[in-house]
Design a protein around this ligand. Structure first.
Ligand code: HEC
Length: 154
């Protein structure tokens, strides 16, 4: 136990020392604020935050695996809304959804309440999370995009 602690403590010391070194060492390439590396970590952070929003705002209906409940709540896996047009998707969160929809032969005729009380950032994060989880792969949505869509949504 003490030995493992000793090792991890030295590891931390080493990491801290490297960090300090990289701060002083001028030969390190400058960190590009808007470079691809930053964008990847920005995506990760958004997905992390979105996961929490999903757990609080969407999970109770759409379920932990996003597969929904047959005939009750539609899945959020590879549907045309989840992977499709950002405006329509953001508007579903802002305004909710009613009326009959069909996904892979399963029909839903239910009501999703509006979630317009969520901030632009929360909506961007939760949709970025959904679009990059559960087997989905689609571009991230930013808070700025949600802001524009909210402004033109009645
Ligand atoms: C009270 C339950 C409930 C909650 C909470 C809820 N939804 Fe829904 N959602 C539904 C229902 C029901 C529908 C289908 C409505 C219909 O039949 O027209 C739906 C439809 C959708 C659709 C379009 C259909 C599809 O499956 O692609 C999306 C996208 C969606 N919801 C995303 C979300 C997101 C994101 C959240 C969290 C911010 C959320 N929903 C919260 C019940 C809910």
């Amino acid at each position: 136990m003490t030995k493992t602690l000793g090792i991890s403590f030295s590891a931390i010391l080493l990491i801290v020392a490297c960090g300090l070194l990289s701060l002083t060492n001028k030969s390190f390439p400058p960190i590009q604020k808007n470079g691809p590396v930053q964008n990847v970590s920005g995506l990760k952070v958004s997905i992390e935050r979105g996961k929490k929003v999903y757990a609080e705002q969407c999970l109770s209906c759409h379920q932990v695996d996003a597969l929904g409940v047959s005939g009750m709540t539609p899945p959020l896996v590879k549907t045309k809304w989840v992977l499709g047009d950002k405006t329509t998707l953001v508007q579903i969160v802002l305004k909710g959804l009613t009326g009959e929809i069909e996904i892979d032969g399963d029909t839903f005729h239910n009501v999703m309440a509006p979630h317009s009380e969520l901030t632009d950032q929360q909506i961007a994060d939760v949709l970025t999370y959904v679009r990059n989880s559960f087997g989905n792969k689609a571009r991230a949505i930013s808070a700025a995009e949600v802001k524009v869509i909210r402004a033109k949504t009645k």
